[in-house]
Design a protein around this ligand. Structure first.
Ligand SMILES: [Zn+2]
Length: 245
């Protein structure tokens, strides 16, 4: 009985325009928009006070002898989650990346629309963030731009079954390498989470080459999230480096 009642209440709330929000109330529009994130919770102050924030507009990158990103991804069980801010795919056993001496395990990937990072002022229809963590908890994000083009068959199940707000479901086993373009040249800079609490110390790698998704795949995502991108943040003297290949 209890379960039926709470289900009914949940349905009631979900149907109302003024529904109580079960998620932290930051968002992308109105009073919960990025410009107000720091006011919403004392723990979010880095969103306003931080000097190494993400995303950025990548311009005038300096070519450097950067290590290649060694992608060591493998097929993992996968779960798609709608967390109220994006669609996230959790991959508990999907391998990771090495950059120089640093090793990071992949935890999840998720999507933004339009892209958060810009390249020479230009944004892309979507961006995927592959979020990795090393043994000490340091984060490294690999960002891949999504441009409109052919239907991406490897991502078909994800885009065909995007969970509704608060829902999640298992996907077929997935190798996250399907999100990577053929070339792995990248830009890199020191940044932050692009969502509250906007914590800094995040190592960003933005791949130069985009992958393709179809217009209908972009539209499917935008039915769930019409806009979930933080505006670009000031560089504050940070250097953006660019790999040679
Ligand atoms: Zn993200």
């Amino acid at each position: 009985m209890k379960r039926i009642l709470s289900g009914a209440l949940a349905a009631l709330f979900a149907s109302g325009a003024m529904a109580a929000d079960p998620h932290p109330h930051w968002g992308y529009q109105g009073e919960s928009a990025p410009a107000h994130w720091a006011e919403l919770d004392p723990g979010f102050e880095a969103c306003a006070l931080g000097h190494m924030q993400s995303p950025i507009d990548i311009r005038n990158a300096h070519q450097a002898d950067l290590p290649e990103i060694d992608f060591d991804y493998r097929t993992s069980q996968a779960e798609a989650v709608n967390n109220g801010h994006t669609i996230q795919v959790n991959l508990p056993d999907s391998g990771g990346i090495e950059i120089g001496d640093a090793h990071y395990a992949l935890a999840q990937f998720h999507f933004h629309t339009p892209s958060e990072e810009k390249i020479d002022g230009a944004s892309f229809p979507m961006e995927v963030h592959l979020v990795h963590k090393d043994a000490e908890g340091h984060l490294a994000v690999v960002a891949v731009m999504l441009k409109q083009g052919r239907k991406n068959a490897a991502l078909e199940e994800i885009f065909d079954t995007l969970p509704a707000d608060g829902d999640s479901h298992a996907l077929h086993a997935l190798n996250p390498a399907v999100l990577l373009p053929a070339k792995h040249a990248y830009y890199t800079y020191a940044g932050s989470l692009t969502t509250p609490p906007c914590s800094e110390g995040v190592r960003w790698q933005v791949l130069k080459q985009p992958i393709e998704v179809s217009e209908s795949q972009i539209e499917a995502f935008r039915k769930r999230y019409p806009m979930n991108a933080r505006p670009v943040q000031p560089l504050n003297g940070r250097e953006v480096q660019e790999s040679r290949s």
